[in-house]
Structure formats: structure tokens, C-alpha cells
Design a protein around this ligand. Structure first.
Ligand code: SF4
Ligand code: SF4
Length: 334
């Protein structure tokens, strides 16, 4: 994170806003990946009987207009467009991206690349397209058909993207596997950088994706070994070390506290973080959460950390917001 970005984010927190907005642009996705958190029954909250696939969503001009309304209301510095798969709404993205660029907002689109990434998107300097790849071809293709390696490589032929791999138990303890993955993508001109997350379960969940504590520790040690050997692995050492001791709860997670997530109806708020439901923070593998935890643990002066400043600023921001709200209400009443 650049100093100017930290200062902007801080200003935003002091004003009582969350600097990051994540929007589930559509309820639709042509894939059916096992372990997908977006379609987990708990995603929209345990009190909800509705799942993402059943939620009302928008398309065409009304989607563009409503997304911009939400963006203008929240005034984020960073917007993540997720899903479902946001490329289902690629026509609407063609209208949204120039508008978000004009507002100076950093945008991230997270997709399976089941359809081509337009070459002209490379002209948006504030845009990062993140393509989810679950390991090397045999394991990935088994999980993410129809977005197979063959199809993805064709669809990325004119693009420059970030490759994001979620490490599941199925690939985590294979000797040399992560290194082979990094070797493969280092040689591909489409890949600007590689990010890795670790599969994050819900509390009490069981499933073949979940890593045991021993395998998780071995994976982190392997990533720390690979980092200096493969510069394409764009993960700071301090962020990798945070995986060893993730935030203890959502209240402790700077990422969860600085990101507002709305689902496809643009009303339902996903809490406590993008996973929804009751995620198991002790097994969190989210790269964004670990990156911000590392920033939070950075010492500013003596034992004072950036995290202490963040918490204090958040309290100030909440009060500033309350004061503005009540003065607005008073001026409406007058
Ligand atoms: S591509 Fe993403 S949203 Fe679609 S099923 Fe797979 S994990 Fe879920
Ligand atoms: S991002 Fe991870 S640590 Fe943060 S609230 Fe979600 S599960 Fe917990």
C-alpha cells in the first residue's frame, strides 16, 4: 500500500466511512465449484432462508445506475466486483468501468474467466482483474468446469491479470505442487502476479477442502520459502506470517471492519466479512485480511501500532458520522 493510499483510507475512516466496498454484482455464475462460499446456505446470514441464487438481482441500465448510486453513497476508495461471476454482466461492466475510473476509484473484478477478458480493459489503470485458478490443470479442471485451463488461457490471450489460487486440502500437501504452480504462471505472459489464499471454512464445518492445522503450517512455511524464489508471488513476508495467527474474531479483523459488502439485490449486507455466515477466523485464509493485519501490526512509534491508530480513528469516525447525521436531522426538522 502506498503512503498516499494509507492517508486517503485514514481520512475516509475519520469521516466515518469504510474505504472499501465489495459488490456481488450478480447472483449468477455458470460454475458450480465445490466449497464456494457465495452459494453456501449460510452466506446471507443464518436468519435468512434465501440463498444468493434466489436473491433478486439487476441487469442492463438499471444495474449500472443502481451500482453507481451505491458507490456514490459510500464513496469508497476501492471497489471489488464479485459474484456469482461479474463477467455474466460484461455488457454492464463496459458501462460501469469508465464511470468508476472517472471517479478515481480502484476496481477489482474477481472472475473465473469463463468468457474473454476484453483487451481494452488494460487501458483502465485503476483496474485489476483477478482470475481464480484452483491449482494446476487436472485439479482445477475437476473443480471449475466449464472454466477449464484450456478455456481460461484462450480467454486471457489479450489480458494482463492477477492469478488467485485458493489452496484447498486437495492440493495442500502434495510435495512441490505450489512450486509447480508458480513455475507455470511465471512463464505465462498473461499473469502479472500471483496471490494465494487458504480455504476458509465456516465455524464447525467439515469438508474435503479444509486444511488440518499441521498442513496449514506446512503450506505457510512453503510459501515463505517460495516467495524470494518466485517474484510473481506478490505476497509480503509479513502478510504471510499473519496466516500463522489470523485475526481472532471479525471485531479484530481490519479487513472486515473497513469493507462494506452488499449482495446482488444491492440491499442485503453480507456480514461479518465477504464470506458471510459465521466464518472460522482461526482458520481464515483470506489474503486481504492477512495483508491488512500486517499493516495493523506495523509499529508507528514505540509500541503504538497502525492497528491502534485505526481503532481510535474508527471511534472518531463513528462519532463524526453520528454528529453529521443528527445535525442533518435537525436541519431537516427546522
Ligand atoms: S466461480 Fe466463484 S462464484 Fe462461481 S461457483 Fe465458483 S467459486 Fe462460486
Ligand atoms: S476475513 Fe477472515 S479474519 Fe476477517 S472476519 Fe472474515 S474470516 Fe474472520
Amino acid at each position: 500500500m502506498k503512503t498516499s493510499e494509507v492517508m486517503q483510507a485514514w481520512k475516509s475512516i475519520l469521516a466515518g466511512r469504510r474505504p472499501s466496498l465489495s459488490i456481488e454484482l450478480t447472483r449468477e455464475c455458470p460454475l458450480r465449484c465445490p466449497g464456494c462460499y457465495a452459494y453456501d446456505p449460510a452466506h446471507l446470514g443464518s436468519g435468512s432462508s434465501v440463498t444468493l441464487r434466489q436473491l433478486a438481482d439487476y441487469k442492463d441500465d438499471i444495474l449500472v445506475k443502481n451500482v453507481l448510486r451505491v458507490v456514490d453513497e459510500h464513496q469508497p476508495l476501492h471497489v471489488s466486483l464479485v459474484g456469482g461471476d461479474p463477467l455474466v454482466r460484461y455488457r454492464e461492466l463496459e458501462a460501469l468501468l469508465p464511470e468508476l475510473d472517472r471517479r478515481g476509484i480502484h476496481v477489482q473484478i474477481v472472475t473465473s474467466a469463463f468468457r474473454p477478458i476484453p483487451a481494452h480493459w488494460a487501458n483502465f489503470k485503476l483496474l485489476n482483474v483477478v482470475v481464480s485458478i484452483d491449482g494446476l490443470q487436472p485439479e482445477h479442471d475437476a473443480r471449475r468446469k466449464p472454466a477449464t485451463y484450456e478455456r481460461i488461457l484462450k480467454n486471457l490471450s489479450e489480458a494482463k491479470v492477477t492469478i488467485h489460487c485458493t489452496i484447498t486440502a486437495q492440493i495442500a500437501d502434495r510435495p512441490g505442487y505450489l512450486e509447480q504452480f508458480l513455475q507455470f504462471w511465471t512463464e505465462r505472459p498473461e499473469a502479472k502476479k500471483v496471490w494465494m489464499s487458504i480455504f476458509t471454512p465456516q465455524l464447525g464445518a467439515e469438508g474435503p477442502e479444509i486444511l488440518t492445522p499441521a498442513v496449514r503450517s506446512a503450506v505457510i512455511a512453503e510459501l515463505l520459502r517460495l516467495r524470494p524464489l518466485y517474484p510473481i508471488l506478490d505476497m509480503h513476508e509479513s502478510a504471510l506470517r499473519e496466516f500463522l495467527d489470523p485475526p481472532h474474531s471479525p471485531a479484530d479483523c481490519i479487513f472486515a471492519r473497513t469493507t462494506h459488502t452488499v449482495s446482488a439485490d444491492l440491499k442485503t449486507v453480507i456480514t461479518p466479512c465477504q464470506f458471510g455466515g459465521r466464518p472460522d477466523c482461526s482458520q481464515c485464509g483470506c489474503i486481504a485480511s492477512m495483508g491488512l493485519a500486517a499493516v495493523g501490526h506495523h509499529r508507528v512509534i514505540g509500541s503504538l501500532t497502525a492497528g491502534h491508530l485505526f481503532k481510535a480513528s474508527e471511534v472518531v469516525g463513528r462519532n463524526v458520522k453520528k454528529i453529521f447525521k443528527s445535525s442533518r436531522m435537525r436541519s431537516v426538522a427546522q
